[in-house]
Design a binder for this molecule. Structure first.
Ligand code: SF4
Length: 175
């Protein structure tokens, strides 16, 4: 593994577009990691994974696909199901996914990992950083900066990839 290799927890194709461009501009060598057991139903997770594969192809990047385990995610957020978006449930959700990414990064010998979650204007980057920093190897990169969100919208439209209209879990679907 090289010093600039970075495992990138990728939440979906659209958020990955601008994040990948930013990482490449900053001299990183990204490897994408799709581990999103929060997404419901599983068919939706598959759609987002397929969109990510299309993005990865454009930039010639490798994608690692993690086993989908929504039941285990539900257990991790138990008691917080009714929280509003951005609250306690989301903090536990970030914790679940970033723990997976940290463990995968260590298992594969990466020296860094990060997440595309900070692209979204609906997500609090500081909250994501506070969660990520609990884990070894985390790089707090704010992909919203430098017009990242707007760029992700533009690039995903240009590529014609699937863009979801809800965050991911069943609790965000029902709102
Ligand atoms: S709304 Fe999004 S971030 Fe929050 S728990 Fe659901 S999937 Fe996770």
């Amino acid at each position: 593994m090289k010093e600039n290799d970075i495992l990138v927890h990728a939440c979906c194709g659209p958020c990955s577009t601008a994040s990948i461009e930013r990482l490449l501009e900053d001299g990183w060598n990204p490897v994408l990691y799709f581990s999103n057991s929060n997404i419901f139903p599983e068919e939706e997770a598959t759609k987002r994974y397929e969109a990510l594969l299309e993005v990865a192809k454009v930039y010639s990047l490798q994608v690692i696909h993690e086993h989908y385990d929504h039941q285990s995610w539900l257990e991790a957020i138990k008691g917080q199901e009714g929280e509003p978006e951005g609250g306690g449930r989301c903090k536990l959700c970030f914790t679940y996914n970033l723990k997976e990414a940290s463990e995968k990064a260590q298992e594969l010998g990466f020296q860094h990992f990060t997440t595309t979650l900070t692209v979204s204007r609906f997500k609090n980057s500081m909250l994501i950083f506070s969660v990520g920093e609990q884990f070894p190897l985390f790089e707090p990169i704010n992909f919203k900066k430098k017009g990242g969100f707007e760029k992700s919208v533009r690039l995903s439209k240009e590529l014609g990839i699937y863009r979801q209209d809800y965050c991911g879990c069943e609790f965000s679907l029902s709102k």
